[in-house]
Design a protein around this ligand. Structure first.
Ligand code: FAD
Length: 310
């Protein structure tokens, strides 16, 4: 809903993604950070699905806390192929009970020890099956997001069939798309054009990965198979051993990329925070969407809600 409103108002909104930390201390630190980042004014936050046992439970718990304690509109990621249907049912019910109205419906990565993905018996095959399942069981309660891949995904590099599969997810009831990270805006905008040509009209939310260190920048770009524009390499390579310089130059590069996206009429930016605040905040400041003292500015569509805590 907020994505549509931003398109209508032609004003930017931004959102933050977090993942469930492995330790109890990590969880507490993240709650503190979420509390502080609430003041920046995100339209919503995402909590990724930590597949399997404890981390999956933690995803549900974090959605609950973000919604009810911090008053943040939350989108829960949910994968469907690596677990039994009962776990999917329980997660959806918990999200519903917490007042969460957004799910990012995903197939899921293969388990670590398994290189290739295999469906479990009697389970879901693709993300579109989960989209259908949520629609069947919850009607229109949830806005359902799906993943989009401007530069191909791990197990499919064919742009034509990937576009077909994206369309199937939307036809099954998906209402918005969040993309895999990318750094080449021209490739992204070309993909957006093809998405629209395919008759997909739902809002597209580009996934933005801020730059924290040079090593992490390269690792993540390689991991997600995204192209690094040659101008970026020219700027970042000579300073790669100076973390502060990389963060500063990275902030400028990522902000320029975000500005180009906004100038093209795409009004939402989704930040993969990696559970850290600094690089995301610096980028938002550079864009003029957040002030130096950490508050949303008039340039952005305001989504400050009062914190729900007593
Ligand atoms: P799908 O859309 O189902 O596609 C998976 C593959 O199947 C593709 O190759 C597709 O082309 C193919 N396919 C789809 N439909 C058909 C069909 N009808 N016939 C034949 N082939 C078909 N993983 C997590 O574990 N937790 C997370 O929280 C998480 N969050 C993510 C957030 C974003 C924004 C993105 C981009 C990815 C995320 N992932 C997450 C990773 C994701 O689970 C993997 O990339 C996974 O391999 C694919 O998921 P999908 O939902 O895109 O699958």
């Amino acid at each position: 809903e907020k994505l549509r409103q931003a398109e209508k108002a032609r004003k930017p909104i931004f959102s933050f993604e977090f993942f469930p930390p492995k330790t109890d201390q990590g969880v507490q630190n993240l709650y503190d950070r979420m509390d502080r980042m609430h003041d920046l004014g995100p339209a919503f936050i995402d909590i990724t699905w930590g597949a399997g046992g404890r981390l999956a439970t933690l995803t549900c718990e974090m959605v609950n806390v973000a919604q009810s304690v911090y008053g943040l509109e939350t989108c829960m990621h949910l994968t469907c192929t690596d677990m039994e249907r009962k776990k999917v049912d329980d997660a959806l019910q918990e999200a519903f009970n917490a007042g969460c109205t957004n799910i990012l419906a995903l197939r899921g990565d293969p388990p670590r020890e398994q290189e290739k993905w295999e469906a479990i018996e009697g389970g879901f095959h693709y993300a579109k099956d989960l989209v259908q399942y949520i629609r069947k069981n919850y009607g229109d309660h949830f806005d359902i997001g799906v993943a989009g891949y401007p530069e191909g995904c791990d197990d499919n590099q064919d742009p034509v069939s990937l576009m077909d599969h994206l369309k199937q997810k939307i036809d099954a009831g998906g209402t918005f798309i969040i993309t895999q990270m990318f750094y080449d805006v021209d490739l992204f905008l070309d993909w957006v054009g093809r998405v629209r040509e395919a008759g997909i009209t739902v809002p597209i939310v580009p996934g933005i990965m801020p730059i924290q260190t040079h090593a992490a920048f390269l690792r993540r770009a390689t991991w997600s198979n995204c192209q690094i524009p040659p101008e970026w390499t020219k700027v970042l390579d000579p300073i790669k051993n100076d973390d502060a310089a990389v963060r500063k130059a990275g902030k400028t590069l990522v902000a320029e990329m975000c500005q180009k996206i906004l100038d093209a009429g795409i009004w939402s930016l989704h930040f993969y925070t990696m559970n850290l605040a600094q690089a995301t905040k610096m980028t938002l400041e550079e864009l003029g969407l957040v002030s130096a003292d950490g508050h949303i500015t008039k340039k952005a569509l305001p989504w400050r809600q009062s914190k729900g805590r007593n």
